[in-house]
Design a protein around this ligand. Structure first.
Ligand SMILES: NC(=O)C1=CN([C@@H]2O[C@H](COP(=O)(O)OP(=O)(O)OC[C@H]3O[C@@H](n4cnc5c(N)ncnc54)[C@H](OP(=O)(O)O)[C@@H]3O)[C@@H](O)[C@H]2O)C=CC1
Ligand SMILES: O=C(OP(=O)(O)O)[C@H](O)COP(=O)(O)O
Length: 340
């Protein structure tokens, strides 16, 4: 069977990881990536052997930098079965006209408004809806982490309401422009943050409210969750449920911070210290007055990567069963770092 041809439009934090993850799968291939600036990331793409496509206006700059260009972004899009748009938030929607004109399937990221297309995606919660779809949006990193926890809880015990406070990392480690460096910023001041409404784009029946604060850290986001379930259960039941999920890991062994999780990722030999699983602090799981509480850490740079791979599989009809796709993706990712 021929491999699905994937183009990655935008090769930054998310795009470069999606490219590497597609490269690891045996049923899809990277036919090109796009960059606008001839910087170190463009150089790495060339060194990795990915054909680099650029806007017409960037051709000269790439030539001057001695970076080979395979063609324009439009030419790349025309060669693809599906485009994963990893351009910065709010830029992705401006590419929709091109995708429509060419007639190519497209996946956007969580920085785009939910209105970029009619389908928001999470591999565990609504893979079936994406089967054969032309367009989808993989929800943001925090929303993905919330869906992974809420979906199984809702399936098993029924969720009456979710209240979550999110401590957001201010910027990614390679981001030299974003702050704050010494403040906690209400993000936004007026509740809810976008995360609760975004969860509802996938599970409309969930009663959820979210608040978010930006903190001067780069490693991970941290969620403080409080969930009222419809059926009674014990702390051990929740631990067993989370252990059974393919993209949740219980974190223990003395770890009590996001910094130590990232150090653990380094020790595991994970590519770029990526922790693509939701990291639930095992000993934080508690039940008080009939309500569930726990902390989870979300590695913003990597948790949406496997979701993009599963979205490609669903939309191009490579696999009908979401659990089979999830397992295939997870297995391929284990080639770039130990499981635990
Ligand atoms: N970073 C994160 O933690 C997460 C991000 N997301 C979402 O993923 C999306 C991408 O974010 P992220 O990877 O962080 O962004 P980055 O800024 O790291 O990367 C964006 C990439 O897009 C390229 N680019 C910029 N403008 C254009 C354009 N007009 N056409 C084509 N390419 C362009 C940039 O190339 P160049 O530098 O050459 O201009 C760069 O390679 C956003 O929607 C974001 O909200 C989702 C989850 C987590
Ligand atoms: O998807 C993310 O966060 P979000 O789930 O809070 O929107 C990423 O961390 C990107 O966030 P940014 O908009 O601060 O770059």
């Amino acid at each position: 069977m021929s491999k699905v041809k994937v183009a990655i439009n935008g090769y930054g934090t998310i795009g470069k990881r999606v490219a590497d993850a597609v490269f690891l799968q045996d049923d899809m291939e990277v036919i090109g990536i796009s960059k606008t600036k001839p910087n170190f990331e463009a150089r790495t793409a060339v060194l990795k052997g990915f054909p680099v496509y650029v806007p017409e206006s960037s051709m000269d700059a790439f030539k001057k930098a001695g970076l080979p260009v395979a063609g324009t972004i439009e030419e790349m899009v025309k060669k693809a079965d599906i485009v994963v748009d990893c351009t910065p938030g709010k830029i992705g929607i401006t590419n929709k006209e091109l995708y429509e004109k060419v007639g190519v399937k497209a996946i956007w990221q969580g920085g785009e408004s939910k209105d970029v297309c009619s389908l928001s995606f999470n591999a565990e919660a609504n893979y079936d809806q994406a089967y054969g779809a032309d367009y989808a949006r993989v929800v943001s990193c925090n929303t993905t982490g919330l869906c992974r926890a809420i979906y199984p809880l809702d399936q098993k015990y029924g969720v009456e309401k979710v209240r979550v406070t999110i401590v957001r990392r201010a910027g990614d480690p390679g981001d030299i422009k974003t702050g704050p460096v010494d403040a906690l910023v209400l993000d936004p001041v007026k509740l809810p943050s976008h995360h609760g409404p975004d969860v509802k784009t996938i599970m409309p029946h969930i009663n959820i409210t979210s608040a978010a604060i930006k903190a001067p850290t780069t490693f991970m986001h941290l969620h403080v969750l409080n969930i009222k379930l419809k059926k009674e259960c014990t702390v051990d039941d929740i631990k067993k449920l989370f252990v059974s999920r393919p993209r949740i890991k219980l974190i223990s062994d003395g770890i009590s911070s996001t910094a130590e999780i990232i150090e653990f990722g380094r020790d595991l030999g994970r590519s770029r210290n990526d922790m693509w699983e939701s990291c639930v602090f095992k000993d934080s799981i508690s039940i008080d007055d009939g309500e569930l509480y726990f902390f989870q850490a979300i590695h913003q740079e990597s948790d949406v990567i496997p979701e993009n791979i599963d979205a490609i599989r669903a939309m191009t009809k490579l696999e009908k069963d979401n659990l089979k796709s999830i397992e295939k993706t997870n297995k391929a990712l284990r080639k770039i770092g130990m499981d635990f």
